[in-house]
Design a protein. Structure first.
Length: 1211
């Protein structure tokens, strides 16, 4: 339209305005601006109007102008010089036109015409671009696929291009008639999305899918893919809960869709579904208080083998996976060989992890801890429980030595002075600055008929905890063969072995370092371990003690976890007819998880079971048979193996009609069988680690002789006691838990895709799964999931065809229904089989844990998604915006029922929830030159989940305060991860904590529980995402990445050890206690309670003194039995803070070594990089005082700073 206006104006207006312009002058100081921007600046200073062809102007390079008081004529002459453009001035209107001498003189030209068709179908292709290379001359084919153009009488090169086809170049030097066949292009991975069942051109994508490229997986110190995804994509929430090697990250896509089922996404690698190696319960997987070091589905994947990752989020993308995909799908595509010369690539790196230090935490020094003990003495505070300080530790021990004359006063002062400056470095002894290494070698290449990719990887990751190491070996082979032009075969093989060494499960290094007083020595005066006497036995008449030193315990115990993963798959692709393709893929995967842990008889753990210290009594003594552990140590082991078989067959029909209508129909069938089998959880006493890792010999009965015959004499052998010890004593059991779970699934699916004129796309997916998990109820077999979606490529509309700078503007919409299948079958009677180890009546037992319920249904999730993709200025600005609403119904939850049903609770499809999601992502290329580029990226996600139907209609009576405090409840109107706290009501005049609504005479237990607790917020972020920037200058590349999580709460680490109100001599305290209540009136200035010996436990007796016993109505409901106000304080709103934070995820500097340095060494490229990851965080709430907002309280060490050196070479 604008060009038409230009031609009309130039034809009817005169060019007599030269004198008009001479008086117009401008002053400009512009750098790297577009011509459109330049023209606008001239207009602002002169009021000239500009007419120009936006497509022509957009092709010009950016221009810089630094001129003062220059005439518009002179300025335009300078900036348009060499562009092939000129200008005309007509009464204040400047018209930008092509120079006359750029046009072809038709009297001396040649004519080239032709027809362009599809090489496969011979269909005519309209709209093909035909351009003369290095020129602005060009045309396009008409509706019949024909073109004609006049060219200069010299050799020219025609460039033939069209979306979806390979670009061609044809030399012409004379008039000729051409017939040109165009071949469909093979899209690069960056131009397509892989869903596992099909490959979709991005320009036809109707779904909400986020993409992560291999370049984005840049955390050098991590060896697991899941830890690298944090902040990389919208809708993907990743929580790295622990720095322990092998610890799996918690991943959620758009908040999940279930209450009690597995909330983790489904993993798919090269079209093969990967399951977790061990069938953990949904509670273990979902809980943010549980750290999984056993491994997850992608434990054995080498990040160096990954080409790209696609994250499927809405129903349109995930419905094709049926009942397994309601929580989203993460599709990993590994690298494949390409045609060309063989290429050998090495990538590796070394990492350094900084050990935690006391300066990272807000803990007391020795001096501060002695001050607490001194105050306890001065106030005559005794311990709530009996403790006679065997070993005489700390300030209390020095006092006892003074009292009994062991010390004189000067010795006492000297001892206290020594303790005040001791400051034992428990973090320094239990943690280390660790070094790790990672190496990967790959070879790829291929010819016309075959392509290959092979890789081998090795990882050695040393943990910051002493005694923790992880080693992994990975291997992969991807081979593609073109048997014939229409038959292709692909083979995939991958394998990995990962071995992790950890501390025994009874040892918590972080808990010890955090909670052990710094006045306790680690070594004695001789440099040997200092053993703290701790109680191992009490019978009301006396106590037994054994020495405890955590370093000694670590030396006498160990835990090992081994994961083996083997996967093989083959795919046949056969184009057996025109437009018809048959694809068949078969795969087999085997994983084996081996776990063992042992502890020797020299350990404190064994002494506590034995009830006497090592070698204190001889194992031959018959009296030891009655002990929990009379001989040796303890060995615990287990093994679980997984076998998965999958066969998928697909028939694809793809055809273009009338040059504008494209149909793609995909019908498929899939059969899948997965079996878990093994034995876990068996504990065997009598382990003898130092003699061949065997077991000690049990005492034998005596041998008697009578009348010349030998016989076994049981008269002095306590056989029953020995049997009881072997089978049941102290929780030790030689009986393992047998795992034998088989699930078979038969599925049918279909995909229909229609594209009209590259503008409108319609898609429909359906899948039906049938499984043996649905028992005898036929109506629950082959339950369908489906989705319908559409896309409008607005940028291809005629009214935007000449819109300058617009590359893509596409509107997407989808709706679908997804189902969730529970891990186990709720449709059959579930029986638990066991045994009665009674000495007198041993027998097998069985009990029913669930009864049949014919009305149970699949959990169902309805999802609506609306999105917009955008790209401007040749991809300089691009991204997507999405809004999604999902509603999950028929969610399973246990509800109380009358005992006449034979059970107290029963599963019902009684729950529902919804999730509102908003996502925004943008990438910008701010500067792009030959030797300098600057780009930025930002993504934002907001999930607001809400329980619609939860524990209502009286079911709340089954809830306890723990459910509310831990966030394990589903109440209507609250998020699924919402949690509650007691309402702190300040300190009393004695400095004791008080709470609201402890006494409510006219409330039911449920009403008082609700009144006493206050809703805090969600344990999971409501807002999250990532942002970063990258600068390339010469051979250097610098990138920085950040993540953020906002709008959620967490608890501060506990001040008290459960109900214990006074610290024992060997226990450290939080530095917050330095602000504690010390004297009357302090309650006005501090919220930290006093040091007190009052138990403050609760009772229903109105005569309670308010100190040792506190009156409370309905105390069994509002406060769990056996708890005290000190425990309540740690679970009050006073100890709850905002966890919102920004995290400095990584800073990376890479240098590409110039090729001239290699000479003839055969090195194609060499990149050296340094990186720091997890470099720190900024917390919004100052009360955190250095506590990592994502740290799981009392369980493990949070993520730690990591510094890496990397090397990447190709030959």
């Amino acid at each position: 339209m604008r060009m038409s206006i230009v031609l009309i104006l130039s034809a009817v207006l005169t060019l007599n305005a030269a004198t008009y312009s001479q008086s117009k002058r401008v002053s400009l100081n512009l750098t790297d601006v577009s011509f459109s921007y330049l023209f606008e600046e001239i207009r602002k200073q002169t009021d000239y109007s500009f007419f120009f062809n936006e497509d022509k102007i957009a092709e010009l390079e950016k221009v810089s102008v630094q001129k003062t008081n220059i005439s518009v004529n002179q300025l335009l002459d300078e900036v348009l010089y060499g562009t092939g453009l000129s200008y005309r001035m007509v009464d204040g209107v400047i018209i930008i036109v092509e120079k006359e001498n750029d046009k072809v003189d038709q009297s001396q030209s040649i004519t080239v015409s032709g027809t362009i068709i599809d090489a496969t179908s011979n269909a005519l292709i309209p709209g093909v671009n035909v351009m003369v290379k290095n020129s602005r001359l060009g045309t396009s084919t008409d509706f019949d696929g024909k073109f004609s153009m006049n060219l200069p009488p010299k050799e020219s090169i025609l460039v033939i291009s069209y979306i979806g086809y390979k670009t061609q170049e044809i030399k012409v030097s004379k008039s000729m008639q051409l017939q040109i066949k165009m071949e469909l292009e093979t899209l690069d991975l960056g131009e397509v999305v892989l869903t596992g069942y099909q490959t979709i051109d991005k320009r036809e994508l109707t779904s909400s899918i986020a993409e992560v490229n291999s370049e984005d997986l840049d955390i050098v110190g991590a060896i697991s893919v899941d830890k690298m995804l944090e902040g990389k994509a919208t809708g993907l929430l990743v929580s790295n809960l622990s720095a322990v090697p092998g610890a799996a990250a918690k991943i959620r896509i758009r908040s999940g869709s279930t209450f009690t089922g597995n909330q983790s996404p489904l993993w798919v690698v090269d079209g093969v579904v990967y399951e977790d190696p061990v069938p953990l319960s949904a509670d273990q997987i979902n809980s943010f208080d549980n750290i999984n070091i056993i491994g997850n589905a992608i434990t054995g994947i080498n990040p160096s083998d990954i080409a790209k990752i696609d994250i499927l989020k809405d129903a349109s993308a995930t419905a094709i996976y049926g009942t397994r995909a309601a929580n989203g799908v993460i599709v990993i595509t590994t690298k494949r060989g390409k045609q060309g010369q063989p290429s050998l690539t090495y990538s590796g790196g070394y990492s350094f992890v900084q050990a935690p230090r006391y300066s990272d935490f807000n803990l007391m020094t020795s001096l501060e801890r002695i001050d607490v003990s001194r105050e306890m003495y001065q106030k005559n505070l005794g311990y709530s429980g009996f403790y006679d300080n065997v070993g005489r530790l700390g300030y209390e021990g020095a006092l006892m030595n003074l009292w009994d004359g062991t010390y004189n006063y000067q010795q006492f002062k000297d001892r206290v002075g020594y303790l005040e400056t001791l400051n034992s470095d428990w973090f320094g002894e239990l943690y280390r600055n660790s070094f790790s290494q990672r190496h990967s070698v790959s070879a790829s290449g291929g010819g016309e008929k075959s392509r290959y990719y092979f890789s081998l990887g090795y990882d050695d990751q040393r943990g910051a905890e002493n005694n923790v190491d992880l080693n992994r070996i990975t291997a992969r082979s991807n081979v593609d063969l073109d048997i014939r032009d229409n038959i292709k075969l692909s083979f995939r093989f991958s394998g990995s072995v990962q071995k992790g060494k950890y501390n025994h499960s009874s040892i918590n290094l972080f808990d010890t370092a955090y909670n052990t007083s710094r006045t306790i020595p680690i070594y004695d005066e001789n440099g040997d371990y200092f053993f703290q006497p701790q109680e191992i036995y009490s019978d009301g008449y006396g106590k037994e003690y054994a020495g405890y030193n955590i370093l000694h315990e670590m030396n006498n115990s160990e835990r090992n976890i081994t994961n083996k993963d083997f996967t093989v798959s083959a795919q046949l692709r056969w184009d057996f007819m025109k437009n018809l393709r048959f694809t068949s893929q078969g795969s087999y995967r085997n994983t084996t998880n081996l776990t063992e842990e042992w502890i020797t008889e020299d350990s404190f753990y064994a002494a506590k079971l034995r009830t006497y210290d090592a070698f204190e009594n001889l194992i031959e003594d018959r009296q030891n048979v009655g002990s929990t552990l009379p001989f040796g140590g303890v060995y615990n082991g287990g093994m679980v193996s997984q076998d998965t078989y999958t066969i998928t067959n697909q028939l694809n029909y793809n055809r273009v009609f009338g040059n504008r209508h494209a149909f793609n129909v995909n019908l498929g069938q899939e059969a899948r069988s997965i079996q878990y089998w093994g034995a876990t959880g068996f504990t065997v006493p009598g382990y003898n680690h130092y003699q061949g890792r065997g077991f000690v010999a049990l005492p034998n009965p005596g041998i008697g002789r009578e009348d010349g015959n030998s016989f076994i004499d049981f008269s002095e052998y306590d056989y029953d006691a020995m049997f009881y010890w072997l089978t049941n004593r102290g929780g030790l059991s030689v009986y393992p838990n047998i795992t034998d779970r088989l699930q078979n699934t038969m599925s049918f699916f279909g995909i229909i895709n229609y594209v009209y004129d590259s503008r409108y796309v319609l898609n429909f997916n359906m899948r039906s799964d049938g499984s043996n998990a649905f028992g005898q109820y036929e109506r629950y077999k082959f339950k369908p999931t489906w989705s319908a979606s559409a896309r409008w490529n607005i940028h291809n509309e005629k009214f935007l065809k000449n819109a300058g700078g617009l590359d893509e503007l596409a509107l997407r919409a989808s709706y679908g229904i997804r189902g969730t299948m529970p891990n186990g079958s709720p449709y059959l009677v579930i029986a638990n089989y066991g045994k009665n180890n009674s000495i007198y009546y041993p027998e097998n037992t069985a009990d029913l844990s669930a009864l049949p319920n014919a009305n149970l249904r699949w959990e169902k999730t309805n999802t609506t998604n609306v999105g917009l993709n955008y790209s401007f200025l040749g991809g300089r600005i691009s991204g997507a915006v999405d809004y999604a609403y999902s509603k999950s119904t028929d969610l399973l939850q246990a509800r109380p029922v009358s005992l006449v049903n034979g059970t107290a609770v029963q599963l019902f499809n009684s729950g529902s929830k919804d999730v509102n999601t908003f996502e925004f992502a943008i990438r910008t290329v701010n500067v792009k030159k030959d030797d300098f580029a600057w780009s930025t990226h930002f993504n934002f996600s907001h999930d607001r989940d809400r329980v619609l139907e939860g524990f209502e209609d009286g079911s709340q009576r089954n809830l306890t305060a723990y459910n509310y405090l831990q966030g394990n409840i589903y109440r209507a109107g609250f998020p699924t991860s919402g949690f509650f706290s007691y309402q702190f009501d300040g300190l009393s005049e004695e400095g004791l904590p008080t709470f609201k609504h402890l006494v409510e005479e006219n409330m039911t237990p449920e009403e008082q529980l609700e009144a006493a607790l206050v809703y805090e917020g969600s344990r999971t972020p409501r807002f999250y995402g990532g942002f970063g920037t990258q600068i390339k200058s010469g051979n250097f590349t610098i990138s920085a990445n950040f993540t953020y999580k906002l709008g959620y709460k967490t608890r501060l680490l506990s001040l008290y050890n459960g109900n214990q109100n006074l610290p024992l001599p060997y226990e450290n305290m939080h530095a917050d206690f330095n602000r504690r209540w010390r004297q009357p009136g302090d309650e006005l200035n501090t919220s930290i309670p006093a040091i007190s010996n009052h138990n403050m436990t609760f009772t229903s007796s109105t005569s309670a003194d308010g100190y040792s016993r506190v009156y409370m109505t309905n105390h069994g409901t509002v406060v769990p039995d056996g708890t005290s106000a000190w425990w309540m304080y740690d679970y009050s709103d006073e100890r709850t803070v905002d966890a919102s934070h920004f995290r400095f995820q990584s800073l990376t500097v890479n240098y590409n070594v110039p090729s001239q340095f290699f000479g003839k060494a055969g090195v194609k490229s060499l990149n050296i990089g340094v990186q720091g990851s997890n470099l720190g965080f900024f917390a919004f709430d100052s009360d955190l005082k250095g506590q990592d907002p994502e740290q799981v309280s009392g369980i493990g060490m949070p993520t730690l700073p990591n510094y890496s050196l990397s090397l990447n070479m190709s030959f």
